[in-house]
Design a protein around this ligand. Structure first.
Ligand SMILES: [Zn+2]
Ligand SMILES: [Zn+2]
Length: 482
């Protein structure tokens, strides 16, 4: 076990393995727990009510290794003192990058539908299509796309977590500098002008390219379809997040295509031909920024992917992101740093894995209250009679709309009250959300999904649990220990 220590003036000390000492201090009231310790094996962060004496501490340096990635980021922390190097903690961070892309395409879809309806209504009234010129000034000017921004922010969040526990002045960062030449992976002899002429160069559109790539044959029954009607099919359907890129498209004859869509034949994802280089493309564009900006805060050392791979193969280490980060921390630009190899201690480290959860749920803040209609009786008492002018989708059956009420009583005099935004719905009903840490009969767990209607919680550790046996300990803090 490792305990991170802070003194009374918020100076960060060296992490310790002396569990007995920590327990004694906590028992006597000379220290308090700030964070952690909820789950088994989770590191503690404690504050000692005393000022550190810096002359007594051993001189030591810390080294952080980071293996940057699109969906998983690996990290490792080493402590170096008196020619010893010791592994303190490793792990992975799971980012939300693929969720961000899905959210963006969902938003685009809803917006298209909403504006489409609005334009249609305006056309009916005034015999004109509503059109407004795009206002470019309202675009927020960020340096990167949302997916790229999220990737950078999750690297920064990880470093922030570490620098709250390890002295920043004694740290050195080793970063794997991934910049892939994607075109060179496909064609090793590529040169000069050929970089501007990709795979689809010279074809009319993607469909034409797919027909040529699949050699005008149906990929399921292997029939030549030069003259028959041919169709291009999405292997992963667009409704399930599939893309329009060539590696998701396949050529089929019309008979086979019908069979695939009716479920008689399965079109397995194994038929995917080209490798998708989307992840590497995103990393390529962020890498330079990360290297330059992290370098402003702490000393930084570059290593390369081929060095990591060579060391991994030579030492016969299995390929995980955490293992890669361990190797990266021990390498520099030239290769493996041999001076430390004799004294390396790999035995007593702990693994801490993180996952990022969404913190902002828009339906809570953007919901509107129903517009209500009141009838005043003889005793001057108000009674709510109708909700909304027209029936809202999902409106309860017991509440009439104004339209329905008017059919029965067309001349009743009513008072209307417009509905404002509902701001804090969360505190009333939705007591749990993703990323919260809860206590249940089996132990401490993280909420993966909250089923409000069923009153059940799906946890990452123990599966489904009824809501009434759970109590919340911590709110979702974005980057959570899994
Ligand atoms: Zn066929
Ligand atoms: Zn299809």
């Amino acid at each position: 076990m490792i305990t991170f220590v802070i003194d009374s003036r918020n100076n960060i000390g060296h992490p310790t393995r002396k569990g007995r000492m920590v327990r004694r201090l906590l028992k006597k009231g000379k220290a308090k727990v700030l964070k952690g310790g909820l789950k088994k094996g989770q590191p503690l962060l404690i504050q000692i009510f005393k000022k550190f004496d810096k002359s007594k501490t051993i001189k030591a340096n810390f080294r952080i290794g980071i293996d940057p990635g699109y969906k998983h980021i690996g990290y490792s922390v080493f402590k170096i003192y008196k020619n010893h190097i010791e592994l303190l903690l490793t792990g992975e961070v799971e980012t939300r990058t693929s969720e961000v892309t899905k959210n963006l395409s969902d938003r685009q879809m809803y917006r298209n539908v909403r504006r489409g309806y609005r334009r249609k209504n305006v056309k009916r009234k005034f015999d004109l299509v509503k059109f407004r010129h795009p206002r470019w000034k309202n675009r927020a000017k960020y340096m990167f796309q949302p997916t790229h921004r999220h990737l950078i922010i999750s690297h920064i969040n990880l470093l922030k977590w570490l620098f709250k526990r390890i002295p920043k002045e004694q740290c050195k960062l080793h970063l794997e500098y991934n910049r892939f030449d994607v075109q060179k992976i496909i064609n090793p002899n590529i040169q000069g002008k050929q970089y501007q002429q990709g795979l689809q160069y010279g074809f009319e559109n993607v469909k034409a390219y797919i027909r040529d790539r699949d050699n005008y044959t149906c990929q399921i029954c292997k029939k030549k379809i030069a003259n028959i009607r041919n169709e291009v099919h999405h292997i992963i359907p667009k409704s399930k997040g599939g893309s329009n890129r060539p590696n998701n498209l396949i050529l089929l004859c019309s008979d086979c295509h019908k069979k695939v869509h009716t479920g008689k034949v399965t079109c397995s994802p194994k038929l995917i031909k080209n490798k998708d280089f989307r992840d590497t493309g995103v990393l390529n564009s962020c890498m330079k920024w990360m290297y330059e900006n992290f370098g402003k805060k702490i000393p930084i050392v570059k290593t390369y992917g081929y060095i990591t791979k060579a060391v991994r193969l030579a030492k016969n280490i299995s390929k995980t992101h955490a293992h890669d980060a361990m190797i990266i921390a021990l390498c520099n630009e030239d290769g493996f740093e041999t001076e430390f190899t004799k004294y390396t201690n790999y035995d007593h480290y702990i693994t801490v894995n993180f996952k990022q959860y969404r913190r902002h749920i828009r339906t809570w803040t953007h919901r509107l209250e129903d517009r209500k209609y009141y009838l005043i009786d003889n005793n001057l008492k108000k009674k709510c009679i109708a909700h909304n002018r027209r029936r809202r989708t999902g409106q309860a059956k017991k509440y009439l709309s104004l339209e329905e009420y008017r059919r029965q009583y067309p001349k009743a005099q009513l008072i209307a009250k417009s509905g404002g935004p509902i701001m804090k719905q969360s505190e009333k009903k939705m007591t749990f959300r993703r990323g919260d840490i809860i206590k249940c009969p089996k132990g401490v767990a993280t909420v993966q999904h909250y089923m409000f209607r069923h009153k059940e919680i799906i946890t990452t550790q123990f599966g489904r649990i009824n809501q009434k046996y759970c109590t919340k300990i911590l709110n979702n803090s974005g980057i959570c220990i899994v």
